[in-house]
Design a protein. Structure first.
Lengths: 219, 295
């Protein structure tokens, strides 16, 4: 699903966020990307989302060589990826249901189908009773569940999560991880960037450890 | 179609959310469209009147007092054969004096004290519009002026030409002013739309990350500009109509007299529609410029 070859990212101040990274993540795999702050985890996810371009090396995701995608192809590529962020990135002036149906809406899915799908995933994360609430009315755990529901609403082949439990307590973190595992069991490849070693231990999946932009351990 | 529906819904919602700042943009477009509307109103009315006056062109052949009936007959025959004439009327010296006394009552005393009637007899010739347009009328006037028994021929088209060129200058200056105002309005719209855009950065980021088509990302901002432009232009049209009604109420009678019983008219439906469409284009251009910052 994901292959990188000698991937490097160098910022203008001479800071090497990633150095010569060669990683493979198989289709349907659940992988943790871990390491201390500044190890390059978020940079790697940004490169996968094409929010940034690598300085050197190649990335191939689901058969797409990311360096060769046109603007239109980038849009199509992104439609196959779900994402979950530490700060949830929910739209504050939209209800829970509207936040979830926002993705199919901007992808041009008919309204009835949008609502049906949104309700379905909201029920799956157990928040159907909060569908009319606004993000600021929800707890951190609830907000992250909404974010996960939004991410899966477009049925992605790859789900990227950047510190999805960073703002949550251990119990809620495990709950979120269970949702991600459930998504993975449906065939979606999941890549989770986290520095929470305890959580990784509890979930027990393949882990790639980065430090100063290099892979230091694959376990 | 879904992108258009989404753009209009979001554009309207954004316009409503930022109605305070949006009012400035609408006001700017209203002012620009009022300036353009006044220009259209003036030029369209003057052009209409010019066309009416041109189609009703006539010339007067003043006869010498000593012109013989044969000479008058030759003049009339020349006019009749030319194919330029639509209607011809002979005005005798006596009729000319009577007409002067009737139409210029306050000046009637000027015609007193002469031994003879000072007004010449004349032939008043109504010209066919096509003959006026293709230059046959002016050729006939020159030919008739050279005939024996003719004292003078009055075919004063110069004032129409002067009015026409004056109108072109007014149109040029008005267009330049309208363009400047439209540009300022578009910049105002762009600034206002961009304010709303900055407030929706998170939303836009999510849209980009999920691979939303560009039309969905930029469309609502263009739509917001178009809606602002449309509202501004409609307000301008309303203001113009009120102004026009007020002018007609206060000076309508005087204007009608000045314009030989012809009245001013408000912009026809086509021009009114064009004005609203113009406002929407100006607003849309501002929205489009702002939307470039969305991706």
């Amino acid at each position: 699903m994901i292959e990188t070859h000698h991937l490097s990212k160098l910022y203008s101040r001479g800071l090497h966020a990633l150095r010569d990274l060669t990683i493979t993540v198989a289709k349907g795999e659940f992988v943790f990307l871990t390491g201390p702050s500044g190890a390059g985890k978020s940079t790697f996810l940004r490169l996968l989302l094409l929010q940034e371009r690598p300085s050197e090396g190649d990335i191939v995701v689901n058969g797409h060589d990311l360096s060769k995608l046109s603007r239109r192809e980038i849009q199509e590529y992104r439609r196959g990826i779900g994402f979950v962020f530490q700060d949830f990135k929910l739209i504050p002036n939209r209800t829970v249901l509207q936040n979830i149906s926002f993705v199919p809406e901007v992808l041009g899915v008919p309204v009835a189908q949008q609502r049906r799908k949104a309700f379905q995933v909201l029920k799956w994360v157990g928040l159907q009773h909060r569908m009319s609430a606004y993000p600021h009315d929800l707890s951190g755990g609830e907000q992250q569940r909404v974010a996960i529901a939004r991410a899966v609403a477009s049925e992605p082949v790859l789900l990227l999560a950047d510190e999805p439990t960073g703002n949550l307590d251990p119990d809620l973190s495990l709950e979120i991880m269970n949702l991600l595992r459930e998504i993975n069991s449906g065939g979606t490849t999941v890549l989770v960037a986290t520095h929470d070693r305890e959580l990784i231990r509890l979930v027990g999946r393949r882990t790639i450890t980065l430090d100063q932009g290099r892979v230091v351990e694959v376990a | 179609m879904r992108a258009l529906d989404y753009a209009l819904r979001e554009g309207w919602a954004s316009l409503w959310r930022s109605r305070g700042s949006g009012a400035f943009a609408i006001l700017a477009i209203t002012l620009a469209m009022i300036a353009l509307g006044i220009l259209l109103l003036v030029t369209w009315n003057v052009e209409r009147l010019l066309a009416e006056w041109s189609s009703a062109a006539e010339f007067s052949v003043f006869l010498r007092d000593d012109a013989s009936s044969e000479q008058r007959g030759e003049i009339e025959a020349t006019i009749d054969r030319s194919g330029v004439m639509e209607q011809r009327q002979y005005v005798s010296k006596g009729e000319a004096l009577a007409r002067f006394r009737r139409e210029f009552t306050e000046l009637a005393s000027l015609a007193e004290g002469f031994e003879d009637n000072p007004f010449p007899a004349s032939l008043e010739v109504r010209v066919r519009p096509e003959a006026e347009a293709d230059g046959r009328a002016i050729a006939l006037v020159q030919r008739v002026a050279a005939l024996p028994g003719v004292a003078d021929v009055r075919y004063d088209r110069e004032w129409l030409a002067r009015l026409s060129s004056g109108l072109a200058a007014v149109r040029g200056a008005g267009l330049a002013l309208s363009l400047v105002l439209a540009l300022a309005a578009a910049v105002t719209v762009a600034s206002v739309v961009r304010l709303g855009l900055n407030a929706r950065r998170d939303e836009l980021e999510i849209m980009q990350l999920v691979g939303s088509p560009i039309a969905f990302i930029r469309g609502p901002f263009v739509a917001e500009g178009v809606l602002q432009g449309g509202c501004g232009a409609l307000m301008a049209l309303g203001a113009l109509w009120l102004g026009f009604a007020a002018v007609n109420l206060w000076w309508g009678a005087g204007l009608a007299m000045m314009l030989e019983d012809r009245s001013l008219q408000f912009l026809p439906v086509q021009l009114s529609t064009a004005l609203v469409a113009g406002g929407m284009v100006v607003g849309g251009a501002g929205g489009f410029a702002a939307s470039r910052h969305a991706v």
